[in-house]
Design a protein around this ligand. Structure first.
Ligand code: FES
Length: 107
C-alpha cells in the first residue's frame, strides 16, 4: 500500500509499505525525517506522533489505552481527531492512499 508522509515545510514522500509494517517502522527504515521511534514501537515514547488526514480516519483501528496516554505527551500539540502514534498503526490494503502530516517536532 502507498502511504504519503507530508513534512511541515510542504515536502512529501510516498512510500510503498509492506502489509503489516507500522507507519513508524516504514518511516524510520526509509529515513523519512520527522519520525524518531525512540522506544522501538512500544507506545512508550510518543516520538512517532503523526496527524492522519481525514479521508482515512474511519479506516483506522481505535486508539488503544497506552496510545491514548502517550498522545498526551507529544512534543507538538495533540489533535483530538487526527493524532495517532505511528507505531500503533499497521499498514493494510485498506489504508492504501493514506496520507499523514508530520508534526513540527517529536522531542
Ligand atoms: Fe515509541 Fe511509537 S515508537 S511510541
Amino acid at each position: 500500500p502507498k502511504i504519503t508522509f507530508h513534512q511541515p515545510d510542504g515536502r512529501s514522500d510516498v512510500l510503498d509499505v509492506p502489509d503489516g509494517t507500522s507507519l513508524m517502522r516504514a518511516a524510520v527504515t526509509n529515513s523519512i525525517p520527522g519520525i524518531v521511534g525512540e522506544c522501538g514501537g512500544q507506545a512508550m515514547c510518543a516520538t512517532c506522533h503523526v496527524y492522519i488526514r481525514s479521508a482515512h480516519l474511519t479506516d483506522l483501528p481505535d486508539v488503544g489505552e497506552d496510545e491514548d496516554e502517550m498522545l498526551d505527551c507529544t512534543a507538538t500539540a495533540r489533535d483530538p481527531q487526527r493524532s495517532r502514534l505511528g507505531c500503533q498503526i499497521l499498514v493494510t490494503t485498506t489504508l492504501d492512499g493514506l496520507e499523514v502530516d508530520l508534526p513540527e517536532s517529536q522531542i
